[in-house]
Design a protein around this ligand. Sequence first.
Ligand code: ADP
Ligand code: MG
Length: 257
Amino acid sequence: MSLADAAASKTTSAIRLDGVEKRFGDHLVLKRISLEVQPGQVVALIGPSGAGKSTLLRCINLLERPTAGTITVDGVTVHADHEIKERDLAALRSRVGMVFQSFNLFPHMTALRNITLPQQRVLGRSKAEAEARARALLSRVGLADKADQYPARCSGGQQQRIAIARALALDPKVMLFDEPTSALDPEVGLEVLKVMRELADEGMTMAVVTHEMQFARDVSDHLVVMGDGDIIEEGDPHQIFADPQQARTRQFLRAVL
Ligand code: ADP
Ligand code: MG
């Protein structure tokens, strides 16, 4: 790589947060967080309940508006202290796919329709095109046979994999996962973690809030430990698990491992 290429790649993080702060009234929930995720990188966010992990993730696609700081996703930048233009908001959101703990599928639509509808509405794809993509993605998450099934007839793990396929159908540049397996029985959670691992192996840029310490250690490239609205410690996952530098990280890992 030439120096010029190196300089260019430095400025093209997939996700970049600069001094992101979030207050709910008097409650300071994120304390000027800065974080960079490179294209193809998987970042795991761990930490105790109430640390601000979900809020941080929700700020990345502006489901929560930060009260200070800057967010850049795939070259689209939004500043908290400027009025956010509708066009920038749409551009940023179109680059981000999100998967929640509660799958949030439309209950009155089949798996296939759950995946085709957003493509038609958001991207203006034809029905045929959207269906082809949906079927390919259902196969990819191991659910080719569930296309015509309603969510209630699918297990939690299947529903979550449908939700992942739905997010991927919109061709996001980055995927955000907020405790995608927390509502699932462990064996079923494994199916979902397997799909996430494959996605990571294929080079998807991912930020994953998780209680799955094994996933955080073995799949993520970068680990961020959060506590009390701040990053307590971040770095190489294996190194942090083997030798945490901060007392609060040690305390958290002792409690969950
Ligand atoms: P985590 O995901 O790490 O458990 P959250 O980001 O959900 O943490 O929450 C961090 C803090 O922000 C908590 O104290 C929570 O009560 C508070 N919080 C989150 N969402 C809101 C909201 N919409 N209004 C007020 N307080 C909130
Ligand atoms: Mg949370």
